[in-house]
Design a protein around this ligand. Structure first.
Ligand code: DAH
Length: 348
């Protein structure tokens, strides 16, 4: 074959290859193309086998043309192969796509237990008045729980708080007042003291409004010239914060071993607005906490000079407050762990 003939035939092959190239749309037609133009029976392969018969002066030119043809055909083939591969990948991506627009599984968000909500509210309010948070252990010494808050061993007031004994020296604390003794000892007679102490307490008690475990919040202030009006104002602010401005606050004289004088504090009944109903037992008021001026004995027993400083203290029953605030009629709901009860306090 002469060079001229070869050139002509190469042109025809390229023209034909381009024609077929534009029709390739899958692997089968791609393979057909490969067989036709690059395979054993292709013109390209026959040109290579013709080489040996080409005149020696034409060999170089002939070889160059054939190699050029090979690279043109190879390029076409590779280009199409890449296109088809990309198309295949795109197709798979479409088929295997994760539809992120589907709604996910919603996380269930819990809610604050009503007792915890009341504690947090009271503690943060008292902190805004300058009180700091203190805590103590639930297993307490008999001395801290009773003796150091002016309830000696044979004192009848111990009967008011029938407690759980662990041994001769340890009890499950029957009130948060024992934290007073701990803090006063820690302060070694130093003042001012202005603390708020929430915690769980235990007593042998059980009916619709009493449980063997419940929560209290103790408040204690010690300083020079601390007097009853400070106590009354602090409690009025606190109770109006909890129950609203409209509620009346009433103070009654009472008795606690650790305070002198002692008071009990009532708020006007929200149910009947002070008129009297079943909830307030027709008194128009509901008792919410005990308080008083710290007994001089308590100050002295815990290392304070009762001639120099005075104090006031109060103890709030958190469960009582939560029952009134959320209109809950049985205290056991708080400790049942019943999810349906607790969900009512969820903010969602
Ligand atoms: N500790 C008392 C109780 O558990 C509550 C109490 C009353 C605490 C008067 C006080 C207080 O600090 O001054 O019933």
């Amino acid at each position: 074959m002469s060079i001229e003939e070869l050139k002509k035939s190469v042109e025809e092959i390229i023209e034909e290859a381009n024609k077929q190239y534009s029709n390739i749309d899958d692997e089968i037609s791609l393979n057909e193309f490969k067989n036709n133009f690059l395979g054993k029976k292709s013109s390209l392969t026959s040109f290579f086998s013709m080489m040996k018969d080409v005149k020696s002066e034409d060999k170089k030119a002939f070889g160059e043309i054939v190699i050029k043809l090979k690279s043109v055909l190879n390029e076409l083939y590779e280009k199409k192969r890449n296109e088809i591969n990309e198309k295949k990948i795109d197709q798979r991506m479409k088929e295997e796509k994760v539809d992120i627009s589907l709604p996910g599984r919603e996380e269930k968000i819990g809610s604050k237990h009503p007792i915890k909500a009341v504690i947090d509210d009271i503690v943060s309010f008292m902190m805004s008045l300058g009180f700091s948070l203190k805590e103590g252990p639930e297993v307490e010494t008999e001395v801290n729980n009773f003796e150091l808050v002016n309830i000696p061993l044979d004192h009848p007031a111990r009967d008011m708080q029938d407690s759980f004994s662990i041994d001769d020296n340890l009890v499950l604390r029957s009130h948060t007042s024992c934290i007073q003794a701990r803090v006063m000892k820690e302060m070694r007679g130093d003042y001012p003291v202005k603390i708020i102490c929430p915690g769980k307490v235990y007593r042998r008690d059980s009916d619709a409004t009493h449980s063997h475990e419940f929560f209290q919040i103790e408040g204690l202030v010690i300083g020079e010239k601390v007097n009853m009006s400070h106590l009354l104002q602090t409690l009025t602010l606190l109770l109006k914060h909890i129950f609203g401005e409209k509620r009346q606050v009433r103070f009654r004289p009472s008795y606690f071993p650790f305070t002198e004088p002692s008071i009990e504090v009532d708020i006007s009944c929200a149910e009947c607005n002070g008129k009297g109903c079943h909830l307030c037992k027709n008194t128009g008021f509901i008792e919410v906490l005990g308080a008083g001026m710290v007994h001089p004995n308590v100050l002295r027993l815990n290392g304070y000079d009762d001639k120099k400083v005075q104090g006031f203290a109060f103890g709030i029953g958190v469960d009582r407050i939560a029952m009134l605030k959320y209109k809950i009629d049985d205290i056991k709901n708080f400790y049942s762990g019943d999810i349906n009860f607790l969900r009512q306090f969820s903010k969602e």
